[in-house]
Write a protein that binds this ligand. Structure first.
Ligand SMILES: Cc1cc2nc3c(=O)[nH]c(=O)nc-3n(C[C@H](O)[C@H](O)[C@H](O)COP(=O)(O)O)c2cc1C
Length: 458
């Protein structure tokens, strides 16, 4: 809705994070979650279509490269995200599609090629969630030499980024002529090798397919440790982050926007999207009752195993469920080689609320350390508007506790309130994810000049 000056109000961005049958740990066994198998592609296509009807900017799929130890009592299986997005791309036409892939356990050439292919398949709707893979057990599936340290994973990721960006830029926008009459397919002078020789990778290039519709896929990142933030400030165009309090989310927002500026980037070219897991009902009491119902279906032993995973394999089996926890029950976050920033979120909760292990696990069962809230549509819309206008978020990574039920309630009850306040689109105006997120063509150059300028700097 136009403001009095006639200009468009700053617009909120919404991403749907698809995970299991919902983000609550017990969602997979709740009667209100989808009856489809988690290996049934129709489940993902259907959710993406629902999100597209509701005008979400994008959907997102996370990924781990090892089976969780709690598989006996928790639905811990999913399809490989890049493959899923190819199938979702052909079932949708406007919504952005973000898949997770690891810099630690893939080669840059493979990854650059897969994401460029997805961007072509989807006509410019793809984003890559760059992860370094925190789960210690993944190392056993890739050579078994033990987990690469937190610092080394990020060092490797830094070089990985230089390689994939160069590969995506290795074809100029106008390299393909496809002239059947003249018999010329491409202009070789508009395709160049990258000749990368670094500490971790040696890649000759060029990529073996034309430049993708968005120039490069949208780069998304979700590491929030100090190293993770500096990495995001250099590369990320959208940032997912987990906070259990508004205050820490606000500090994170200010810190990351300032870091982006010190990297010479415009802070508005890096969207910050904290996770939000809303349980919604027509009264707050009913929403709380639903959340309690799901908590009662959770198994504390599943939570205990997940905690062990977060803390890089630390054994919590000796901790009683009903004694208040102290920080000394946990390893120090800076000694954790796994999901370091999430361990900080957990320890700050322990200092603040001194929960028992049972209470902590119930709290994490909701959305693994993201912000959970139970309320009416008005309360959820108010919270979103408050964070959006108070320097906490550019939008949200929506994590429905139950899928598709709570996605549908969010779409039909909360989104119209946001639209009425002029905060959210009432129709798609762009076609690509870059356009939905209001992001510029990648790199410092304009679209056509891109290759020329980058070539001269080599
Ligand atoms: C919303 C969100 C989604 C994430 N998805 C993944 C994922 O799919 N795979 C993964 O290995 N890590 C994932 N992470 C973890 C981060 O990428 C990062 O590895 C982790 O936070 C540890 O890095 P840090 O210590 O710098 O935060 C996710 C984090 C957030 C907040």
């Amino acid at each position: 809705m136009p403001n009095p000056a006639g200009a468009m109000k700053r617009q909120l961005h919404l991403n749907l994070f698809i995970h299991s049958r919902g983000h609550h740990e017990a969602s997979w066994r709740h009667p209100a979650s989808s009856p489809l198998a988690l290996t049934d592609i129709r489940y993902y296509q259907d959710l993406a279509c629902r999100a597209e009807t509701a005008l979400f900017d994008s959907i997102f799929l996370a990924d781990q490269l090892a089976l969780g130890e709690e598989v006996a009592q928790a639905a811990r299986t999913w399809l490989e995200p890049v493959t899923v997005l190819a199938a979702v791309a052909v079932a949708t036409s406007r919504i952005g599609l973000i898949a997770t892939a690891s810099t630690t356990y893939t080669e840059p050439f493979n990854l650059a090629r897969q994401f460029a292919s997805l961007d072509h398949i989807s006509n410019g709707r793809v984003g890559w969630n760059i992860v370094t893979s925190w789960l210690a057990t993944a190392a056993g599936n890739f050579g078994g030499a033990g987990q690469v340290s937190h610092a080394d994973r990020y060092a490797r990721a830094e070089e990985f980024m230089a390689v994939v960006k160069a590969l995506w830029d290795s074809w100029a926008d106008d390299a393909v002529i496809d002239d059947r009459i003249g018999g010329r397919y491409a202009r070789p002078d508009r395709i160049r090798p990258i000749k990368h020789k670094g500490e971790y990778y040696q890649v000759a290039g060029p990529l073996n397919l034309p430049r993708c519709p968005q120039g490069r896929p949208v780069l998304v990142q979700a590491g929030s440790s100090d190293t993770g933030r500096r990495f995001a400030a250099r590369h990320a165009e959208a940032v997912f982050t987990a906070h259990m309090e508004k205050a820490t989310a606000q500090d994170f927002y200010a810190d990351l926007k300032a870091l982006a500026a010190t990297e010479g980037r415009s802070p508005d070219q890096m969207l910050i999207l904290p996770g939000l897991s809303p349980m919604i009902a027509s009264t707050e009491g009913e929403a709380r009752r639903l959340a309690r119902e799901l908590n009662e279906l959770s198994d504390p032993e599943v939570g205990r195993k997940r905690l062990t995973g977060r803390f890089g394999g630390h054994d919590f089996s000796h901790l009683p469920l009903d004694r208040p926890l102290v920080p000394e029950d946990f390893p120090k976050p800076d000694s954790v080689e796994a999901a370091r920033s999430r361990t900080e979120v957990i320890l700050s909760l322990i200092r603040r609320e001194k929960p028992t292990l049972r209470q902590l696990l119930a709290n994490l069962a909701g959305a693994r350390g993201h912000f959970t809230v139970s309320g009416t549509p008005e309360q959820i819309a108010y919270l979103i508007e408050d964070w959006f206008t108070d320097g906490v978020a550019d939008g949200f990574n929506i994590m429905p506790p139950l899928l598709p039920t709570m996605l549908d309630v969010f779409s039909t009850e909360v989104i119209p309130l946001l639209q009425r306040r002029g905060l959210f689109r009432t129709a798609y105006t762009g076609k690509t994810l870059r356009e939905h997120y209001d992001l510029a063509w990648p790199g410092s150059a304009s679209k056509k000049a891109c290759l020329k300028i980058e070539q001269s700097s080599h």
